[in-house]
Design a protein around this ligand. Structure first.
Ligand SMILES: Cc1ncc(COP(=O)(O)O)c(C=O)c1O
Length: 281
């Protein structure tokens, strides 16, 4: 267990990456991986997606990395990789494969069943997303005893406080509350995916608690400038979404967290207003 799943990711990098041992990950994915690798003076093997956001298994297999991080469902796209594809990576990649499942409770499938068959698999989970308990800072890794023993060697002796352990246990004990939260988020997410389909906006099939959509302006134009215009319009009206302008694959999109149904109504009303507004309104 770790002080959030970030602690687990850091332990994994400290054990398996460093000078002469590169860590691999996809782009886009969770932005913390390169930060943690840099702290350990490790090299990065970055595998860029194309617009399909499908897993490039052969290119991952060809890296020199000792450990490879897959985020599934991925951030910020929400795209989940089927177990059949993760299994292909596990078969061909000779090092440790980490599946960062921060958002897996919102997805159809998860990699846990693969643990019994692959000693090089590590699944990382957190209480921060679906349990809505980011403040207690609890995450955990599921892996073979051999890998867990290595993580344990570098772990701080008291990395999860007693209070946080009690909170995590209480959360695990209330599955009805948890399942209620997840069901509500999924229903609101799927309704919002349909709303974007009706608008004719290209949107990745999210299996997370956020949606990555490509805004299309009233003239039918998409692109980084259009996404930025929508972002600024929403921001000025206190609707906070994320825009990732630094990469061509992400710049034309917005990442929108799934909120309450009322919040999504406010979002949709403001997007209608943006479509009718003059430029730079
Ligand atoms: C993919 C992914 N992994 C891990 C984390 C870290 O979560 P925590 O350290 O709160 O468990 C995040 C948080 O944004 C995330 O998006």
């Amino acid at each position: 267990m770790g002080n959030g799943s970030d602690d687990i990711l850091n332990l994994l990098i400290r054990v398996f990456a460093g000078p002469g041992a590169a860590a691999g990950f996809t782009l886009p994915s969770y932005s913390l991986y390169p930060v943690l690798v840099a702290i350990q003076d490790g090299g990065c093997e970055v595998i860029e997606f194309d617009r399909s956001m499908r897993l490039p298994v052969e290119r991952i297999a060809a890296t020199k990395a000792k450990i490879f991080f897959l985020t599934s469902p991925n951030a910020p796209t929400g795209v989940a990789f089927p177990n059949a594809e993760i299994e292909q990576v596990l078969r061909v990649f000779p090092g440790i494969v980490v599946v960062d499942e921060a958002y897996a409770p919102f997805a159809k499938e998860n990699a846990v069943p693969l643990l019994a068959r692959y000693e090089n698999l590590v699944v990382v989970r957190t209480f921060s997303k679906a349990y809505a308990l980011a403040g207690i800072r609890v995450g955990y890794a599921l892996a073979s005893a051999k890998v867990i023993e290595l993580l344990d060697r570098v772990r701080d002796s008291y990395n999860v406080s007693r209070l946080s352990q009690a909170a995590a246990l209480a959360a695990l004990g209330d599955q009805a509350h948890f399942e209620g939260l997840v069901t509500r988020v999924r229903a609101t997410r799927d309704a919002q995916l349909r709303a974007f389909a009706v608008r004719g906006w290209f949107t990745y099939p999210s299996q997370a608690n956020f949606i990555f959509t490509e805004p299309r302006d009233a003239g039918g134009v998409t692109g980084a400038a259009v996404a930025e215009s929508a972002y600024r319009f929403l921001f000025a009206r206190k609707v906070l979404v994320r825009h990732f302008p630094s990469h061509a694959l992400t710049a034309p999109f917005l990442r929108i967290s799934v909120g309450t149904d009322d919040e999504m109504l406010v979002l949709n009303q403001n997007l209608d207003a943006w479509l009718k507004a003059p430029p730079n309104a």
